[in-house]
Structures are given as structure tokens and as C-alpha cells.
Write a protein that binds this ligand. Structure first.
Ligand code: SF4
Ligand code: SF4
Length: 115
């Protein structure tokens, strides 16, 4: 039985489950903050994608550690907006249904979600 709340640093499932797309304006040009160009791939029009998140077994290139044990985002301060918005309340133990979809992909137990 998992102890709650589960912190995102002992989960990380969403970083290895979903495609992460963002506007190219969130890329770093090498002088300002933002997603390093090398960690992104062109998607369509003005949209970029975190490298690795659309693979058959998705895992963001910036994710470090082991999902379900201990993880960290290697570009936390510069992560793109979808990463800032997803699971924003998980830090206080309020999870999203999508958290559990991601966790299920990794065989991790579901977290409590309000209906
Ligand atoms: S937001 Fe949800 S799925 Fe992502 S690391 Fe946190 S608890 Fe896990
Ligand atoms: S950029 Fe960081 S927070 Fe966003 S998916 Fe990758 S590892 Fe997760």
C-alpha cells in the first residue's frame, strides 16, 4: 500500500507516458531560458515536442531516474508549459485522472482522485 501523498519525485509516470507538445517560443535560443533545442523535435507548424515523448515506449529525454522510485526533471526550471500545468496540485496530494492513466502504464497503483 502506497503512502499518500505520493510526491512527483517518486512517481514521474506522466513524463514517461504522454506526448508533450509546446509552442516553439518556449525553446531556448541558447541565451535565454527555455527548453534546450537539442531536447525537442519539430512537430508541425509552430509546435515542438519533447524528444522521446512520442516513442513507442514514451519517456521524455529530460527525465532522470526510475519511474515509480525516484525521478527528477533535468530541465525543471525550463520545462515547457504543459509540464507546468499538468498535475499542478499533485504536490498537495490532489491528483488528476490522467495521473492514474500514466501510472497504470508503469504498473503503479492508482492514486486517490475526487469524483
Ligand atoms: S503529476 Fe501525477 S503522474 Fe505526474 S509525477 Fe506527479 S503524481 Fe505522477
Ligand atoms: S520536460 Fe521535465 S517535466 Fe516535462 S515531461 Fe520532460 S522530464 Fe517531465
Amino acid at each position: 500500500m502506497a503512502a499518500y501523498p505520493v510526491s512527483c519525485t517518486e512517481c514521474g509516470a506522466c513524463c514517461a507516458a504522454f506526448r508533450v507538445s509546446f509552442h516553439r517560443s518556449e525553446l531556448s535560443d541558447g541565451q535565454c531560458s527555455g527548453v534546450p533545442v537539442a531536447m525537442a523535435v519539430f512537430e508541425v507548424n509552430n509546435t515542438m515536442r519533447m524528444r522521446g515523448t512520442d516513442d513507442a515506449s514514451p519517456r521524455c529525454i529530460a527525465l532522470q531516474g526510475t519511474v515509480g522510485e525516484a525521478v527528477r526533471c533535468g530541465i525543471y526550471a525550463d520545462r515547457p508549459s504543459p509540464c507546468r500545468e499538468f498535475g499542478a496540485l499533485a504536490v498537495i496530494g490532489i491528483y488528476e485522472r490522467a495521473c492514474n492513466r500514466a501510472r497504470a502504464m508503469h504498473g503503479l497503483p492508482a492514486l486517490p482522485v475526487d469524483d
